[in-house]
Design a protein around this ligand. Structure first.
Ligand SMILES: N[C@@H](CCC(=O)N[C@@H](CS)C(=O)NCC(=O)O)C(=O)O
Length: 220
């Protein structure tokens, strides 16, 4: 059965699913969505009008974390979700933490125009990075380099797209991963070196240009 993915190059959530497909070596037909001109078919497939959305035979799946779990169940090689129920819960908790806590502050920082509020949001996001380092990556990562040790999982794929975009935040808001968060820094490097990641990576200039609107700056 053929796979179709409604996607957008700029979207970190679609990026998660592209990475899962690449890690599994699956063929997929990509439909690049123009947010200003959404096709009728896209809106039928994606009731929220958002990417990513996946079509696989009769199955229509949306929401990146749910699509990635679907792909992992239907195409189990290589396994990207740990089999152990406690680690599975840990994986879901930390994806939920990113989606419902970290990203609110992360995007608020980029959108904020007031310098004092930027400074307080920058400190808040840096604290989130430290928390990810100490309570997340260090918990089950052992010798690493990934969240759950030697093998990449859905947790790594869920987080990485937001860290590939970090250079835009650095450019506009001067934020970085704290120097002492060595585990997080090492994880970014290990992810950036993976063939799946490299095959579709965008460079800093791309993100700086594409996030100019969020940052209230004029595109170069
Ligand atoms: N919770 C969703 C978020 C997806 C999302 O926000 N996608 C954005 C692009 S990054 C989108 O499609 N926006 C539609 C629009 O801007 O019209 C997921 O995990 O898939």
């Amino acid at each position: 059965m053929a796979l179709e993915l409604f996607t957008a190059r700029v979207c970190p959530y679609a990026h998660r699913t592209r990475l899962a497909l690449l890690e599994k070596g699956l063929d997929v037909t990509l439909h690049e969505i123009d947010f200003k001109n959404k096709s009728k078919r896209f809106l039928e497939v994606s009731p929220y009008g958002r990417v990513p959305a996946l079509v696989h035979g009769e199955a229509v799946v949306y929401e990146s974390a749910i699509i990635n779990e679907y792909l992992d169940e239907v195409f189990p090689t290589p396994r990207l979700m740990p089999a152990d129920p406690a680690l599975k819960a840990f994986t879901r908790i930390w994806i939920d933490y990113l989606d419902h806590h970290v990203l609110d502050d992360y995007y608020a920082l980029l959108k904020e125009q007031d310098a004092a509020r930027q400074a307080s949001l920058r400190a808040k996001v840096e604290d989130r990075f430290r928390f990810i380092e100490c309570e997340g990556l260090a918990r089950h990562g052992g010798a690493g380099p990934y969240w759950l040790g030697a093998d990449v999982t859905l947790l790594d794929l869920a987080y990485y797209p937001f860290f590939e975009r970090l250079p835009a935040w650095r450019h506009y808001r001067g934020i970085d991963v704290p120097a002492e968060s060595t585990r997080l820094r090492g994880w970014i490097g290990a992810m950036a070196a993976r063939p799946s990641v490299r095959s579709m990576a965008n460079d800093e200039r791309y993100y700086v240009a594409n996030y100019a609107g969020y940052a209230g700056a004029k595109a170069a």
